[in-house]
Design a protein around this ligand. Structure first.
Ligand code: CU
Length: 736
C-alpha cells in the first residue's frame, strides 16, 4: 500500500490589490487504498485515505483555493464529496451527477474557492464506502482568524466488521435481523412488563399498521471517535480553561446522545454556521451534522466526552485533559415501549428524569450482546478506578437499580433538574433552541416554490422513499434559479431521517422566525415534520437525500435540478443504486415431516416468489408468483400453483389476487384461481420474548399451519409445527 503523507504546499500567494490579505492555493494529495484494521479483536479489510481512518483533516481559510488530488489505488471506483461546502456543482463529487467517478488506478483533482468558514467533512459518495472508512474532517477558518482558542476535531463514526454488502442484504432479509443482535426486539413480554401505556402504544401502532418504532438499522460492532473506541486529548495547553471541539458525526447510520463529564457544552455553531451560544447538557447528534461546542477543562482531570448510540447499543469515549478520568453519565437505553412517537419532535421532550424512569430493567442491561461487549470493557476500567470519585457516579447507580428505587430516583433527579441552571438545556433533541447570529430571511422579492416531501418507507421490505417513490422511480425535483424554495418534510415512518441538501444552506424554520438557523442536514424525527427553506441561487444539479447511507442506497434520495442549467442524465441510476438492484432472500424450513423452501427475488416494486412444500415421499406443492407492490400495504400478484397430494393429483391452476396488510399487522391474501374459486388466507407472527415466537396461517379452505419457534441467533430458529397436510413436526428454520 502506497501510503502518502499529507502534503500541504502553498504553491502561490496571490497578492490582492489592496495588498492587505493573501489568498493561497492550498494543495493536498491523497491516496485511497485498502487497509487492514483491527477494531474489535479480528483483522478486517477497511478503506483508508493516506492509510488513515479517519482521513487526514483538510484545512483552508476563506479566500483560499483548495486543490485536492486523490489517487484511487482500489480495484473499484470511488468518489469524494465535500459535505456541506458551497462550491461549483462540478466539484461536488457526487459520481454520475456532478463529477465522474474516480476509476481504479485513476486520479482526480478538485479545485474550488473557499467562500465560508466552519466545520465540515468529506467522504466517499460511492456505494457504502463511507462505512468502510472513507471520511475525514474539513476545517475552514476565517480569512484572518482572531486569536483562536485551543481547538480540536472530534469525528464520530460507526463500525461493523461485516462486509457492507452483506449488511444491506441482511437488512433486506428480515426487518428484525439486527434488532436481535442489538437486543431491541420489541417482544410482547416487554410490552406487558411496561404496563398499560406500553400495551396501548403497541395496539395503536399495530392497528395503524405502523409497527413499532426503531432507532437504528444496523447492529454495529463498535462506535468510534477519531478512529478509536476510546481516545484522548492529553496535550491540551495547561493554561486553557476551555477547548473548542469541532464535532462531526461521520457515521453511516448512527445518531448519538453526546454528553460531557464536566458540565454542559456550549454550542456555538451548527453545520458550520454560527449560532447564538446555548448551553446543553445532552445533545442529540444526527448523522452527517456538525456542531462546534466549547467545553470546560478541569485541571487534573481527563473529562469524558461520550457519544452513546441512541438505541443504547454502545458508545465511544474521548477523554479531554490530563489526570484522573472523570466518566460521563450513562445514558439509559431508551424505552421504545413508552415513547409515544408523537413526542419525538418536541424539544427536550425527553428530559433526563423521563429517560431514567423509562430505562430498561436491570437484567436487560446485564445481558451481554456483541456490541455491548466493548461497552462493558471500557466501562470496567472506569469503575476500577474508584478513587476517581465521579460526581455522576450516583447517576449510574440510579439507572441500574431504578426498579427498586423508582420513587427515590425520581425525586432525586427532579431535584437535580431544579438545581440545574435555568439556561441549560437538559437534553436537546431538536433545533428549536438554535438561533442564527443574524437574520437568515430569504429575499422578499423572490417567488416562492413549495414542495411537499413525505419521508416514506417499508421497514419490512427495507425500501425507503420520498412520497412513496424511490429515486429510481422519481429521480428529480425541479426548481428555478432566483426562487425561494420551501420543502415541507413530514416523516411517515417510525425511524429518524437525517436529510441532507448538497451545495446550499437551508433555514430550519423554528420559533426564532427571521433568525431561524441555517443547516445543511436536518433530522426529521419519526412521525414528525420540519420545514426548510433556501435561496435557489445555484446552477445545475444537487443531491437531496437521507444521509443514513442504507436509506439512501435503497431509494431515499432525489436530484434537485435547476430547470435551465440541469445536466441531469439517466446515468443517475448508477449513483442511487447500491452495487445491485435486486436482492434475494431464501428461507429454508426443514422438519421431520416436511420441507419448505421459499425464495424471494425483489427490487423496490417487483417481487418474484417461489415456494416449495413437500413431505419428500408423495406430496408437494409449488407456488410461483409475481407481485407488484402498489404501496407498503398492498400488492397484486399472479402466478401458478401446482399441487400433488397423496390423496390424488390436483391439477395445476393459475392464481391471482391481492396481498393486503391488515390492522394488527396480519397479512391477508385474497385470491381467485382459474376456476373462479375464491380463497382468503391470513397469517401473522407474534414475538413473545426475544427468543420465543409463534406463527400461524389459516385459509378459508380450512387449511392451517401453526408453530412455535425458538430463535437461536440471527439466522437459525428451532421450530415445532403442525400442518393440515403434513402433520406435526420438529425441525429448524434457516434464512440467508
Ligand atoms: Cu433515512
Amino acid at each position: 500500500m502506497a501510503s502518502r503523507f499529507l502534503l500541504i504546499t502553498l504553491i502561490c500567494s496571490v497578492l490582492l490589490l489592496s495588498g492587505q490579505s493573501t489568498a493561497a492555493v492550498v494543495e493536498y494529495e491523497f491516496a485511497i487504498d485498502v487497509k487492514e484494521v483491527n477494531l474489535t479483536g479480528a483483522p478486517v479489510e477497511a478503506l483508508a485515505i493516506d492509510g488513515k481512518i479517519p482521513a487526514p483533516t483538510v484545512t483552508a481559510a476563506v479566500g483560499d483555493t483548495l486543490r485536492a488530488t486523490f489517487h484511487n489505488r482500489l480495484d473499484v471506483k470511488t468518489s469524494v464529496h465535500w459535505h456541506g461546502i458551497l462550491l461549483p456543482s462540478d466539484q461536488d463529487g457526487v459520481p454520475y451527477l456532478n463529477t465522474q467517478p474516480i476509476g481504479p488506478g485513476k486520479s482526480h483533482t478538485f479545485e474550488f474557492p473557499i467562500t465560508h468558514a466552519g466545520t465540515f467533512w468529506y467522504h466517499s459518495h460511492t456505494d457504502l464506502q463511507v462505512q468502510r472508512g472513507l471520511y475525514g474532517a474539513i476545517v475552514l477558518t476565517e480569512e484572518n482568524p482572531e486569536q483562536a482558542i485551543e481547538e480540536r476535531v472530534v469525528l464520530f463514526s460507526d463500525w461493523t466488521d461485516e462486509p457492507v454488502d452483506s449488511v444491506l442484504t441482511n437488512l433486506k432479509s428480515r426487518d428484525d435481523f439486527y434488532a436481535f443482535k442489538r437486543r431491541t426486539i420489541q417482544s410482547w413480554d416487554k410490552v406487558l412488563a411496561n404496563g398499560g401505556e406500553a400495551i396501548r402504544n403497541r395496539l395503536r401502532s399495530s392497528l395503524t399498521r405502523m409497527g413499532p418504532m426503531d432507532l437504528a438499522d444496523v447492529g454495529y460492532d463498535a462506535f468510534l471517535v477519531n478512529g478509536q473506541q476510546v481516545s484522548a486529548f492529553e496535550d491540551i495547553d495547561s493554561s486553557a480553561t476551555q477547548v473548542k471541539l469541532r464535532m462531526i458525526n461521520g457515521s453511516t447510520s448512527s445518531y448519538y446522545e453526546v454528553e460531557y463529564a464536566s458540565g454542559p457544552m456550549t454550542v456555538i455553531a451548527a453545520d458550520g454556521q454560527d449560532v447564538m451560544p446555548i448551553k446543553v447538557q445532552r445533545l442529540r447528534f444526527s448523522t452527517a451534522e456538525t456542531y462546534d461546542v466549547l467545553v470546560p477543562i478541569v485541571s487534573g482531570r481527563a473529562s469524558e466526552l461520550r457519544a452513546t448510540s441512541i438505541d443504547g447499543s454502545g458508545y465511544s469515549s474521548l477523554f479531554i485533559g490530563e489526570g484522573q478520568r472523570l466518566a460521563a453519565p450513562d445514558v439509559p437505553r431508551p424505552n421504545l415501549f413508552l415513547t409515544n412517537h408523537m413526542d419525538m419532535g418536541e424539544s427536550t421532550s425527553m428530559p433526563m428524569h423521563e429517560h431514567d424512569e423509562h430505562a430498561m430493567p436491570m437484567h436487560e442491561q446485564e445481558e451481554v450482546a456483541a456490541p455491548m461487549h466493548e461497552h462493558e470493557e471500557h466501562a470496567m476500567p472506569m469503575r476500577a478506578q474508584e478513587e476517581a470519585v465521579t460526581p455522576m457516579h450516583e447517576h449510574e447507580e440510579h439507572a441500574m437499580t431504578m426498579r427498586e428505587h423508582d420513587a427515590t430516583s425520581r425525586s432525586v433527579q427532579a431535584a437535580e433538574r431544579m438545581t440545574m441552571e435555568q439556561d441549560v438545556i437538559a437534553h436537546m433533541t431538536d433545533y428549536s433552541a438554535l438561533m442564527a447570529t443574524e437574520s437568515t430571511q430569504l429575499p422578499a422579492s423572490q417567488q416562492w416554490r413549495e414542495i411537499d416531501l413525505r419521508l416514506t418507507g417499508n421497514m419490512e421490505r427495507y425500501v425507503w422513499s420520498l412520497n412513496g417513490k424511490t429515486a429510481r422511480e422519481d429521480p428529480q425535483i425541479l426548481i428555478k434559479k432566483g426562487e425561494n424554495v420551501r420543502f415541507l418534510l413530514s416523516n411517515d415512518t417510525m425511524m429518524h431521517h437525517p436529510m441532507h441538501l448538497h451545495g446550499h444552506f437551508f433555514r430550519v424554520v423554528n420559533q426564532h422566525g427571521e433568525r431561524s438557523p441555517l443547516k445543511h442536514t436536518v433530522n426529521v424525527p419519526p412521525m414528525g415534520s420540519v420545514v426548510i427553506e433556501f435561496d435557489a441561487n445555484e446552477e445545475e444539479d444537487w443531491l437531496f437525500h437521507c444521509h443514513n447511507q442504507y436509506h439512501m442506497k435503497t431509494g431515499m434520495n432525489r436530484v434537485v435540478s435547476y430547470e435551465d442549467t440541469s445536466l441531469f442524465t439517466a446515468d443517475v441510476e448508477k449513483l442511487i443504486r447500491p452495487s445491485r438492484r435486486w436482492f434475494d432472500v431464501n428461507n429454508f424450513h426443514a422438519m421431520n415431516s416436511f420441507l419448505d423452501y421459499e425464495l424471494s427475488f425483489a427490487d423496490e416494486r417487483n417481487e418474484f416468489r417461489f415456494e416449495l412444500d413437500t413431505n419428500i415421499s408423495d406430496s408437494y406443492e409449488i407456488h410461483a408468483t409475481y407481485d407488484y407492490y402498489f404501496n407498503r400495504f398492498v400488492s397484486g400478484f399472479a402466478g401458478v400453483e401446482i399441487r400433488e397430494h397423496h390423496h390424488g393429483k390436483d391439477h395445476d391452476i393459475g392464481i391471482a389476487g391481492l396481498n393486503v396488510t391488515l390492522p394488527m399487522l396480519i397479512d391477508s391474501e385474497w385470491r381467485v384461481n382459474d376456476h373462479g374459486r375464491f380463497r382468503l388466507e391470513l397469517q401473522s407472527e407474534l414475538q413473545f420474548t426475544r427468543h420465543f415466537g409463534f406463527d400461524w396461517r389459516w385459509n378459508t379452505d380450512n387449511e392451517y399451519r401453526y408453530g412455535l419457534n425458538y430463535r437461536v441467533n440471527n439466522r437459525w430458529l428451532l421450530t415445532l409445527h403442525t400442518d393440515t397436510e403434513y402433520g406435526d413436526g420438529v425441525g429448524v428454520k434457516f434464512f440467508y
